[in-house]
Design a protein around this ligand. Structure first.
Ligand SMILES: [Zn+2]
Ligand SMILES: [Zn+2]
Length: 113
């Protein structure tokens, strides 16, 4: 095996992005939402009624690609509950926002004199 771990991880991320655009996933996502009555299941378990905003893979897609379209591996969640299931991802989002602020700076237009 020539491939480096970091390379594999990068490749898997690209593959998962393609997966989330697939019609198979879109159908499965809809089935999960219908099964869960479009309610966040983590809130529902605490007797709170919140509409689901997304479908989460219980076993991570990258680690268990064979469960990607397994309804038993899918759960409908609201964004706050989903962030609780991905504590690492929430931190990354903060980083991304600060990067954006730096990009907004406008350059002077060299054509205008
Ligand atoms: Zn929730
Ligand atoms: Zn998730």
């Amino acid at each position: 095996m020539k491939s480096h771990y970091a390379y594999d991880k990068h490749k898997r991320n690209r593959e998962s992005r393609a997966f989330y655009k697939s019609t198979a996933w879109e159908k499965c996502r809809q089935l999960a939402l219908t099964r869960d009555n479009y309610l966040c299941q983590d809130c529902f378990n605490k007797n709170i009624i919140t509409s689901a905003e997304m479908v989460h893979h219980i076993e991570a897609l990258a680690d268990h690609p064979e469960k990607a379209l397994d309804l038993d591996n899918l759960v409908s969640l609201c964004h706050p509950c989903h962030n609780k299931r991905h504590p690492d991802r929430a931190k990354k989002n903060v980083k991304r926002i600060s990067n954006k602020i730096r990009v907004i700076k406008s350059k002077p237009n060299p054509e205008v004199t």
